[in-house]
Design a protein around this ligand. Sequence first.
Ligand code: SAH
Ligand code: SF4
Length: 395
Amino acid sequence: MLPDIRSQNRDTLAAQFASWNQPAYRLDQLLRWLYARRAASWDEMSNLPKALRAQLAAVYSLNLPQLVTKQGSHDTTQKFLWRLADGTLIESVLIPANPALYGEASDRHTLCISTQVGCAYGCRFCASGLDGFKRNLAPHEISGQILAIERWAATAGPESRVQSPKSAASSESRPETRDAGPGTPAAERMVNNIVVMGMGEPMANYDNLMTALRTLNAPWGGGIGARRITISTSGLAPRIRDLANDPLQFRLAISLHGATDEVREKIMPVNRKYPLRDLTAACEYYVTHKGKMITLEYILIAGVNDSLAQTRPLADLAHRLHAKVNLIPYNTVEGLPWSRPDDETCEAFASALEHEGVTATLRREKGHDIDAACGQLRLKTERAETNSEDAKTQS
Ligand code: SAH
Ligand code: SF4
């Protein structure tokens, strides 16, 4: 298989163009097709000579994720299920920055992206790890989620509520109506915030993740500010240190979910490898090196980690790391026994933290009704597909 062109950085492509004796402006034209116009085929690149397009096609593949299904309406959280070139499924969740209250569409969006197919970390409450780990996403499959959504929005239009796979395919040939990309401020892109909180453990696919994020951040690529990109990890301490040593200012969120080893170990096997002492030390290293605030994510799961006895050690950790705390009532997952605490328990937990002087926000989980917790849509679709294949073989 050929390497995908969107997994290459500008320097590599510049060297390739130089070896073909192509003038520098041709590279700028190409990059514009890739990241501003989000091209899905070489044929679209009408201002590049045909011979150059053929040369490129002989060396690189050019793939964007293909839309399989979309759930949710345009003024709320929408979930996208994509099929990759090898047939595997991944998902992304699009969240409007200001959910439209009076029917006005919001044009600023946060996109939650996946970094792996499945997950090897097996947190007990999470749908992403249920069927284990399949593979890492390549850089272009990570950045492609943003480009494919923007391409979809530009061609299908925000009024398009449900996109069938058939109409998604036919929209590929429609002309672009929006434009953004190299040199354009993030505010002009449809996706101007990225949270790496979809399927998979981003830090376990560190090199590909960083290649993708550098491209999304670069002025010749996505032009999205590093401060608008948040990476969430279940706690891979050595990679947190690597991120601290990286010159780019990406934000960091830690999926804590337990403030003592005893509680955390019950729900997150990763805690045995990197117990809280190691995780906290790595976070301290990040905070002092970057001078940036981190976020501690804490899902509230009934009877597991929602006791008020957890608020003191959680507050101690938050103070030590100068971190704020995001409290997220658990999103139920089909087939798993966990549930969210009632509203009073969540409020009491948040108040107790605030009482300890911690900045805590209690999030009403958006998209509860559309399986927005990571991994669920893919799992359902994959299982449905397997079942229908089983049914076919049996009949
Ligand atoms: N692997 C990374 C990023 C992906 S998970 C990590 O664990 O941080 C993104 C976030 O979703 C994590 O905080 C994870 O704990 C949370 N999450 C997983 N399943 C959930 C569920 N059913 N309800 C609410 N949050 C969930
Ligand atoms: Fe993997 Fe994150 Fe889910 Fe844990 S919470 S299984 S690390 S995706």
